[in-house]
Design a protein around this ligand. Structure first.
Ligand code: GLA
Length: 741
């Protein structure tokens, strides 16, 4: 598979193992989209697909080409103002106020591989995985503005990565008012728009609605990708489900304000636009300046949403996530946050760590409250030096004791924040983001540092480096606990203020980049009050993220299930916490809490020193079980079986399968028990139909085809819980499936 180019008529066919993406130069010198979907044969031209028909009441390109009418054309990267009235992919304003552009095809370049972008997280091909990159240059002659449309195919994962770059080679100052990363014009609108929406503590719930005339979109203006909407969306045919059917996936390698929109026009054609949110954005392009958009990820399959998630997930592991950690098993951990909040001292932490070690855990993570004089959330952010009263024998000594126990050591930071009650604020009040003459709105009693300033990035790099070196740190939980308000940077001119949201996130990326390069063995986990920045921009630096502050087992089922559509389970931090749960007050069994958390990067976040000996024994067994199957839990192929967003929400099941199909673990969760139900069967997935398997070490042998097609009988839950102190509600069962040797 490869990128095939017809030089005669400038037709570009991007072929992956199972998909084709075809576009060409149109009569007017601009680029027209021809097809994206299941792979088709290569041909020199597709006359059938580019047939023109004249439509009444529509502007035409030229009188001698009356059938070239921009509003009917499928385009690659469209502008507004020359007869196409749909939302445009970009807009450029000239000094005289005109926003009309005419980009004509100039040349193309095709190279093997994929280079990383400078200053932005991006896809790469370090392993010669047959990636190929096509760049099309277009020029607006009047402005001297060059546009590069970049396409990289990753053939074996059926992924195409797109971005655009603008270069001002003219003499006049221009202003980019919007610049999408990708546009896709589809010929009809018979699709469901599937989004992952929610709020703090209930992130990424799946919502599925059929497309209708007009604009449907998700996006963020919070300065982060947000808890409320996620940049991952799908367009699926109405009959598509996890197991079968046609579906497109779109994501953005970006962590700031974004917009994913689909516009259905008067002819029921659908235009998809993915990129930086045009609201609160503009970029000045002086002569000689360039602007590079973030990259969009596009993928397609006709084999259902499990397949889409798997191929996009495989792509992230090989071509996006920091290769140092992408395929490395992640440590089990104990985090002190929900156990102590900020109320701890050295002795308490050491007894935690000692118990954790005894129970088989591998890393101790010290959360918020270890720095400055922070004992509650109204102080000290920015003071990245140790809270001495809490560590009388010195922080280096304390962390050495953790390492001496044979545990890795992890630490929480919230680098982008500042408290008014801090040394940092006393020294640099102007480092706080705020608009002139306005009061800054507090959120969680804290304020945001101006990450557009290089001196802020330098300060944070130096302060964090000292701690990393002193503690020989193994892991950082990088938090970001508020949205950005009064967005303004006092170091930038009035004319540049709409650049602040993007410049902010570039500053964050720069700090990440410097730390990852300086301390390559430190594992980062990103966090933003849980899952407020669960996006591919973060995943490039931090291979895993805290999925949600909500650790209730029932809520977590929904959150992890929704998240699994766009992100593999190895990206999801998942911990067992105490009951009644801190966020919803629900009581679930230790077994069910672990059964949910196993399907991610597993850990505990409760006071293990206060557990009964029986519970501690259970933790020990759970940790040993997880470690035994860690490769499968973290890196196995993930299959969703019963979708709680589609079936009334009472039952959910999923499964992980090893690449060689010899091992699998499935889980079935039931929220409320129901009286007098019929027989229950679980239909497994991804097994080899001709291999014989056992389930939970039992003596009966099943062929894979039986388990997948006829299903596995799940015995009565009530019967199992009689005589125990477990409720039949919030119940769960695990099925360990092994090929017979
Ligand atoms: C956020 C995180 C939590 C914890 C606290 C500490 O809410 O999501 O996990 O780290 O901050 O303040």
């Amino acid at each position: 598979m490869a990128i095939r180019i017809e030089d005669q008529n400038l037709l570009f066919h991007l072929q992956t193992d199972h998909t084709s993406y075809i576009f060409h130069m149109m009569e007017n010198g601009e680029l027209g989209q021809i097809y994206y979907g299941k792979r088709v044969h290569s041909k020199p031209s597709y006359d059938n697909l580019v047939t023109r028909e004249w439509h009444n009441a529509a502007a035409v390109w030229r009188l001698d080409h009356k059938d070239v009418q921009p509003q009917v054309l499928k385009q690659e990267y469209a502008s507004l103002g020359k007869g196409d009235f749909r939302y445009p992919a970009y807009q450029v304003a000239q000094a005289n106020g005109s926003r009309i552009t005419e980009f004509k095809y100039e040349s193309y370049e095709l190279v093997d591989g994929k280079q990383r972008l400078a200053g932005l997280p991006s896809a790469f091909d370090d392993t010669d995985d047959d990636a190929q990159t096509l760049t099309i240059a277009l020029r607006d002659k009047l402005l001297g503005l060059v546009m590069h449309l970049n396409y990289t195919i990753f053939p074996h994962q059926d992924v195409i990565v797109r971005s655009a770059e603008f270069q001002n080679q003219g003499n006049e100052k221009l202003r980019l008012n919007s610049a999408a990363s990708a546009q896709l014009d589809l010929p009809d609108a018979d699709y469901d728009f599937i989004q992952f929406s929610g709020a703090w503590a209930r992130e990424r719930h799946m919502i599925r609605t059929h497309l209708r005339s007009g604009v449907q979109s998700v996006g963020s203006l919070r300065g982060t990708s947000s808890h409320q909407q996620n940049p991952f969306v799908m367009l699926a045919r109405p009959n598509t489900d996890d197991a079968q059917g046609s579906v497109f996936g779109f994501n953005l390698i970006y962590s700031g304000n974004f917009s994913d929109q689909v516009q259905v026009d008067q002819y029921d054609a659908s235009r998809v636009l993915v990129g930086i949110n045009p609201e609160e954005f503009a970029w000045n392009l002086k002569p000689g300046d360039k602007f590079q958009t973030p990259e969009a990820v596009l993928s397609y399959t006709d084999a259902g949403m499990n397949q889409l998630s798997q191929q996009m997930g495989a792509f992230y592991q090989d071509h996006l996530v920091n290769p140092r950690f992408a395929h490395e098993q992640r440590p089990t951990l104990i985090n002190n946050w929900e156990a102590t909040f900020m109320d701890f001292d050295e002795d308490k932490l050491l007894s935690f760590a000692t118990t954790a070690k005894k129970l088989g855990l591998e890393m101790f993570v010290l959360d918020d409250g270890w720095f400055g004089h922070r004992n509650n959330d109204d102080s000290s952010l920015g003071n990245w030096f140790v809270n001495e009263p809490k560590f009388p024998s010195g922080f280096g000594t304390f962390t050495q004791k953790i390492h001496d126990l044979g545990l890795k050591f992890g630490l929480w930071f919230e680098p982008e924040m500042i408290s008014i009650d801090s040394e940092l604020y006393k020294q640099h009040p102007d480092w706080l983001i705020n608009a002139p003459g306005r009061h800054a709105s507090p959120e969680r009693q804290q304020f945001v540092l101006d990450m557009t300033r290089s001196e802020v990035v330098d300060y944070l790099f130096d302060a964090m480096s000292k701690i990393i070196e002193m503690t020989k740190l193994d892991y950082i939980k990088w938090d970001m606990n508020r949205n950005i308000t009064e967005t303004y940077s006092s170091q930038l001119s009035a004319d540049d203020q709409l650049e602040v949201p993007h410049r902010y996130i570039l500053g964050v990326y720069q700090l990440y980049d410097r730390l990852v390069k300086a301390y390559p063995d430190v594992l980062f986990e990103s966090c933003s009050s849980g899952g407020g920045r669960f996006d591919l921009g973060m995943m490039y630096y931090a291979p895993q993220a805290w999925t949600s502050d909500d650790t209730d087992a029932v809520e977590r089922m929904l959150i992890q299930f929704g998240t699994s559509y766009g992100y593999p389970q190895t990206m999801m931090g998942a911990h067992v916490s105490a009951v009644p749960n801190d966020q919803v007050g629900r009581i679930t069994s230790l077994k069910t809490r672990a059964n949910v958390a196993y399907f991610g990067d597993f850990g505990y976040e409760l006071d293990i020193t206060k557990m009964s000996p029986e519970e501690q024994q259970q933790v020990k067994e759970q940790t040993a079980f997880y470690k035994e199957h860690r490769q499968l839990f973290q890196f196995g192929k993930f299959y969703r079986i019963d979708n709680p967003f589609a079936n009334g929400g009472n039952v959910m099941s999923w499964e992980v399968v090893s690449d060689d199909q010899k091992h699998a673990i499935a889980a079935r969760y039931q929220i409320l028990n129901r009286p007098n139900t019929g027989y229950i069967r679980l239909y497994l997935k991804g097994l080899d139909p001709d291999t014989k398997y056992t389930v939970n070490g039992g003596s009966e042998q099943f062929y894979g085809d039986e388990l997948m097609n006829a299903g596995l009988f799940v015995s009565d839950i009530l019967h199992e819980t009689h005589g125990t102190d477990q409720s039949a509600d919030f119940n769960s069962k695990l099925f360990v499936i092994d090929a017979v040797k």
